[in-house]
Design a protein around this ligand. Sequence first.
Ligand code: ADP
Length: 486
Amino acid sequence: MSLRARLTIFYSAVLGGVLILFGLAVYGLISVVLVRQIDSTLQRTANDLIFVIRVDENDSFTFTQRVSLDSSVIIQIWDEDIDLVAMSPTMENDSPFRQPLDEISLETNETGYRNVTIAERSYRVLSVPLSSDEMPIGILMAATSLTIVDAVQSQLVSFLLVLSAIAILVAAFLGWANARRALAPLSILTDTVLSITRADDLSRRIPLSTSPEDEVGQLIVAFNDTIGRLEELFLTQRRFVADVGHELRTPITVVRGNVDLMRKMGVEDEEALHSIELEVEHLTRLVEDLLILAQAESGKLPMDLSIIELDTLLLEVVSQSSVLAAGKVTLEIGEIDQVAVCGDRYRLKQVILNLISNAIKYSPKESKVLVGLSQGATHAQLQIRDFGSGIPADDLPHIFDRFYRGDKARTRSLNAPGFGLGLSIAYWIVRNHGGQIEAHSEAGQGSTFTVRLPLNSDDCLPDLDIAAEASAAPVDPKSPPLADKD
Ligand code: ADP
């Protein structure tokens, strides 16, 4: 059964239940009011009669004055010998009314009201025992027909039944229409999901026809966000394939061109062979980088963990990089604390080397690059600072993305022959070590890259679930300028 039908039935049933309770309450209240009215008429009549009844010395009943009785009230007076001594004149010839109106009260001799059936009609009877000088002398019975009460009750039942039926039908109709309106976005959602699946078009979004605050609105917003994220991932995937294709095309073209040239010339050309060698090296590096990145992103980067003295490693990388910096920038070592971390020496060296070579690469001549290492309460903090032109604010959120290269890097590709994978690899290596990497930069002021790594733990074992985080790879174009992906 559909949700819409279930909602409609549920609300109609609730309304039906409420109406039944309401009907019972109205029915009971009206019955009580009517019966009370009848009881007070009977009581008043009985009081008037008792006031004028006398018993003489022969135990005969007499009336001190004439009483005008309510025509709807039937009176019977029975003496102690259960002889009918007086009754309403209008009923004298009606045999059923010559019998005691209320047999039970006659036997029990108690005051009280009782509903009885006489000649197939309902009557309300008030019985009042009579006494003289505290001696019982008989019983007075006053009765009136309950026909009006019965008629009112049966009409009320019919009225309530019709009213309830109409109310339930109207509620069912309105509930059906309302459920249809409220659930309409869900149908649109289903249609959109199906159309996305059929057309393979992730750019579609579900129109927000309700408030974003209500449940359906929240579902639509969440769904649109999910589709947005999926679209982003697909675009990234597509861009990645395009980027790899682009990176591969140039070296392959160069290699093929040189091979063709040599074939045409029919001789081995040393310059062409050198060019081929360079391009093959370039391709090998690209393939290696892609492999590392794929392994790091999926958390499957093989890591040879051991306790690393980060200060020693840093000094080693600085010393190796001085060849790279020679004649261009001065490598300055700032404050260096002795810090040990648990990690893969080769991978961490790769990170530091990448950051220092980037700092040298993007620094103007005769500037300096500052490296430092400090120990915090839980982390080692490594900083590499340059005084180059800095990273434009638009680029900053993307520098850890795969194949992302700033404008300068792209236009100067001969001097800066990177693929835009270095920082991506660094990001994932640091994450595989349970650390964080951030970049701060101001135009014209230079850039500072900070790497935080957890201090050495006793077991020195990897306990990271990188695979689960891989879907949160640094590809979000809306991520904050700070490139910390935590
Ligand atoms: P690349 O091979 O292009 O250097 P990276 O992943 O190492 O690739 O860096 C990505 C981009 O980040 C670079 O193209 C450059 O625009 C920017 N970048 C990285 N480090 C620096 C730096 N120290 N100063 C300025 N820009 C930098």
